[in-house]
Write a protein that binds this ligand. Structure first.
Ligand code: ATP
Length: 287
């Protein structure tokens, strides 16, 4: 496998916490759209921070093991240098916005990374276009809606052209339309730029059409990881993780157990209905 991130025997606790990550071994495949799932408090956010060097090198705490990003250990790297390779947007993305205008916001991280002003300006223009905010350079942040500010935070990550982008619950504050449209945008970037995406998401219906890989975390341990096709039935067997799977995939696993037949990993209700009808299930069921 061509991995962009590899985590080996990683353990971590915050300054005043028990072990939050235990014996974590993960490979993130280049170009994958990897979704992290797990119950509340399982360690998903901590894992995202570990993949970007914030944990433990900025947060403090104790750790063992190693994380390599694009072949290099995160140890001894500045978080800002790592951000050139792996961008992170946390759930409280508003706290990552520091400027007065949209243009300044995107340019800020570029100038900080040492890009010359003319290049920063051009990259800012293109990144704002990419996220559907073309020409909004001079807009004050409070002239943008919540969803637009979130796209702006994403533009600041994209402008640096990192190979990997990590997003912690990027649509948690959005209505279903906003969530769907943000994930459509991520899918477009994924396809056009070949960026590797790692996303924590509770509402898997948003990522159902796009996700290629799954990582399931429970009590700080990795319970399953790999291509969706290979891990879904394993995740289904865990009673605590099962409800975190998309409804369609729970139905598929349930049917497979009940009928001893195999079904594809449906990406939409239409696909499910077509396959079920072709196998003689539920006469009269319509898509
Ligand atoms: N800064 C911190 N100091 C001490 N303990 C922390 C800190 N941040 C998180 N924790 C603890 O680490 C554990 C994992 O938290 P984390 O936020 O990574 O889980 P999560 O799976 O993202 O949860 P959620 O789905 O609720 O966001 C929890 O027990 C939490 O209380």
């Amino acid at each position: 496998m061509n991995s962009v991130i590899s985590v080996s025997d990683f353990y971590f606790n915050y300054l005043r916490s028990d072990l939050v990550l235990k014996n974590v071994n993960i490979e993130i495949e280049k170009g994958s759209f990897t979704v992290i799932i797990g119950p509340s408090g399982a360690g998903k956010t901590t894992l995202c921070k570990a993949l970007t060097g914030i944990v433990p090198f900025y947060s403090g705490g104790d750790y063992a093991g190693e994380i390599k990003v694009l072949g290099e250990s995160t140890k001894g790297k500045k978080v800002s240098d790592l951000a050139m390779k792996v961008g992170l947007m946390l759930e409280d993305y508003e706290s990552q916005l520091v400027s007065l205008t949209a243009g300044e916001e995107v340019a800020f991280s570029l100038l900080n990374h040492g890009f010359p002003p003319e290049e920063a300006e051009e990259r800012t223009r293109l990144a704002l276009e990419d996220v559907g905010l073309p020409g909004r350079e001079s807009y004050q942040l409070d002239e943008l809606s919540g969803g637009q500010r979130q796209r702006l935070a994403l533009a600041s990550l994209l402008a640096v052209h990192p190979e990997i982008i990590v997003l912690d619950e990027p649509v948690s504050a959005m209505d279903p339309d906003g969530g769907e449209s943000l994930y459509k945008l991520l899918d477009k970037i994924h396809k056009e730029h070949g960026t590797t995406f790692i996303v924590v998401e509770h509402r898997l219906e948003f990522v159902l059409p796009y996700m290629t890989d799954l990582i399931a975390v429970k009590n700080g341990e990795i319970m399953a990881q790999g291509h969706c096709e290979d891990v879904v039935s394993h995740i289904y067997e865990d009673k605590e993780l099962r409800p975190l799977l998309p409804d369609l995939w729970q139905i598929k696993c349930n049917l497979e157990k009940g009928t001893a037949q195999k079904f594809s990993l449906w990406r939409s209700a239409d696909e499910a209905v077509k396959e079920l009808q072709s196998k003689g299930f539920g006469r009269g069921v319509r898509a």
